[in-house]
Write a protein that binds this ligand. Structure first.
Ligand code: NAP
Length: 498
């Protein structure tokens, strides 16, 4: 007898129960490194199912709000413990669904555990300020209070870390959550929620709804019971979502795209700059919001920089992220693959000089997945589309400049403002750069990528609107500030302070 393995189906988690979405529409999710490997199907939830999740979250809010913050923090600490125990299992799923290498998956999970541990601790520091009053025998202070139901809408590229860095502070602050993962990483989203369930999150406090942005996401933004929306994703969706939320007077934070520059000055440690560029541009297949997509190099060292970089790029092994030794995994899906291929053609048509890569890998196992080799374009002009638009693939533009001033001008000459980096030994230049670069995060002599759990994260300009994520400031988004004046004089106030 042949045993046919049952196809996995994504489910919602509503009011503490796993339920299969009733919607008729569904999408298949396949391993981007091997299209023959079917992870399962994702039935797309309906607007009504989303409403049920919002209602469950609203009903759970009073009790969760009343739970002492340190007790809420203990639940988050347990999630950190469970994620640590299940790191290998979660890492394999993340690689199979998103495509990044196992090493990168483990790095993402480690970052998530750090965030969980940090946020668990924040539960014991969820305080406001006490300030001296102008008046005698008066006491003035502030309180941070939860908002109610909040929605967390997340992209596919960091399907563990981004949900965690939204859900953990939201719950610690006393909110209840409806979480909508990117449809193509629904199974990873489910696995995270299972960990919160196992850690003892009460029914209704964290709910998961899988389904399309157009239906589930739209309901989360429109529904009056949702008080705040924390979104990470593309500029196209985020910009519309921000306007939609504003019309409903919701608190909204949007973290969106990037076009991150790495500046190499003539006194840079070139070996270090090359390694960091390699890591920033091609790590995670370039599918990182903080990926290095422009290397802005002073002309006197550019030839040397480009030739060393091309040599190192040729050594990177492209393939299935689950295989040991792979450095660069596939594009996440057909659509992202086609987007990157379009940009490769745009770069060629715009007249940039192709140094390496430039076409998809074909033959053998490559035909089963979405593989693009590390691609470097040289002599890119700052106005070209490949220098201005987010590609989100393993594609790097080298822009040659004459001076530090020109490097800064080019670095700032895009609409985005997420991350940046400079390589120099000159202290005056590096402080000048830190002062004038228009990005929310900047690195000195280290890659544009990476961040620590206790540090804020987010971008300027078109990259980010709303308050920053992570670190202590994350709580500012997930709480309302209440100002309290206590007069213990027992007498009528004579003051004329208004
Ligand atoms: P996306 O297409 O904008 O999707 C993001 C999320 O929004 C998904 O869950 C999506 O659902 C949902 N969505 C789509 N339409 C919606 C609507 N009308 N209303 C509400 N939600 C909607 O972005 P992506 O392709 O997943 O992610 C890649 C982008 O994220 C890149 O631009 C990258 O730079 C950015 N990113 C930014 C940061 C940062 O911190 N700045 C971090 C990581 C990624 P579906 O999956 O169902 O479409």
């Amino acid at each position: 007898m042949t045993v046919v393995a049952e196809v996995a189906r994504a489910r919602n988690f509503v009011n503490g129960r796993w339920v299969e979405p009733a919607g008729q529409r569904r999408v298949e999710r396949r391993n981007p490194a091997d299209r023959d490997d079917l992870l399962g199907v994702v039935p797309l939830s309906t607007r009504q199912e989303t409403q049920a999740a919002i209602q469950a979250a609203a009903a759970a809010f009073p009790a969760w709000r009343a739970t002492p913050a340190p007790a809420r923090g203990r639940v988050i600490a347990r999630v950190a413990q469970i994620m640590t125990e299940r790191q290998a299992e979660l890492g394999r799923l993340l690689t199979r669904e998103e495509g990044k290498t196992l090493n990168e998956s483990n790095g993402e999970i480690l970052r998530s555990i750090n965030v969980l541990e940090f946020m668990a601790g924040e539960a014991r520091r969820l305080g406001g300020e006490t300030l001296p009053s102008e008046l005698p025998r008066n006491f003035a202070y502030t309180l941070k209070q939860p908002l109610g139901v909040v929605a967390c809408i997340t992209p596919w590229n960091f399907p563990v870390a981004i949900p965690v860095w939204k859900i953990a502070p939201a719950l610690v602050a006393g909110n209840t959550v409806v979480f909508k993962p990117a449809t193509i990483t629904s199974f990873t989203g489910m696995k995270i929620v299972e960990m919160f369930e196992e850690a003892g999150v009460p029914p209704g406090v964290l709910n998961l709804v899988v389904g399309s942005g157009a239906e589930v996401g739209d309901e989360l933004v429109e529904n009056p019971a949702v008080k705040a929306v924390s979104f990470t994703g593309s500029n196209e969706i985020g910009t519309a979502l921000y306007a939609q939320g504003a019309r409903r007077l919701k608190k909204v934070q949007c973290e969106m795209g990037g076009k991150n520059p790495l500046v190499v000055l003539e006194d840079a440690d070139l070996a270090l700059a090359v390694e960091s560029t390699l890591q920033g541009a091609f790590g995670s297949t370039g599918q990182r919001c903080t990926a290095t997509s422009r290397a802005i190099v002073v002309a006197s060292v550019a030839d040397e920089f480009v030739s060393r970089l091309a040599r190192r790029a040729a050594e990177l092994k492209v393939g299935d992220g689950a295989q040991p030794g792979t450095h660069v995994g596939p594009a996440v899906d057909e659509s992202q693959f086609q987007t990157v291929l379009r940009y490769l053609e745009i770069g060629k048509q715009e007249g940039a000089r192709l140094v390496c890569g430039g076409a998809p890998l074909r033959g053998g196992g490559f035909d089963r997945g979405f593989f693009i080799p590390p691609t470097i374009f040289d002599y890119v002009q700052p106005s070209m589309r490949i220098a201005q638009e987010e590609i989100f693939g393993p594609v790097l533009s080298i822009i040659r400049v004459q001076s530090f001033e020109e490097a800064l001008e080019v670095a700032n000459g895009v609409t985005y403002g997420l991350s940046s980096s400079i390589y120099t030994q000159n202290v005056a230049r590096l402080f000048e750069f830190v002062d004038r670069i228009e990005t929310g995060i900047t690195h000195v002599n280290s890659p544009t990528t990476g961040g620590e759990a206790q540090m804020p994260f987010g971008g300027m300009k078109a990259t980010g609107v709303g308050l920053r994520e992570q670190g202590r400031v994350a709580m500012d988004f997930f709480t309302e500030l209440k100002v309290v004046y206590v007069d213990y004089t027992g007498a009528r106030r004579e003051s004329n302070i208004y």
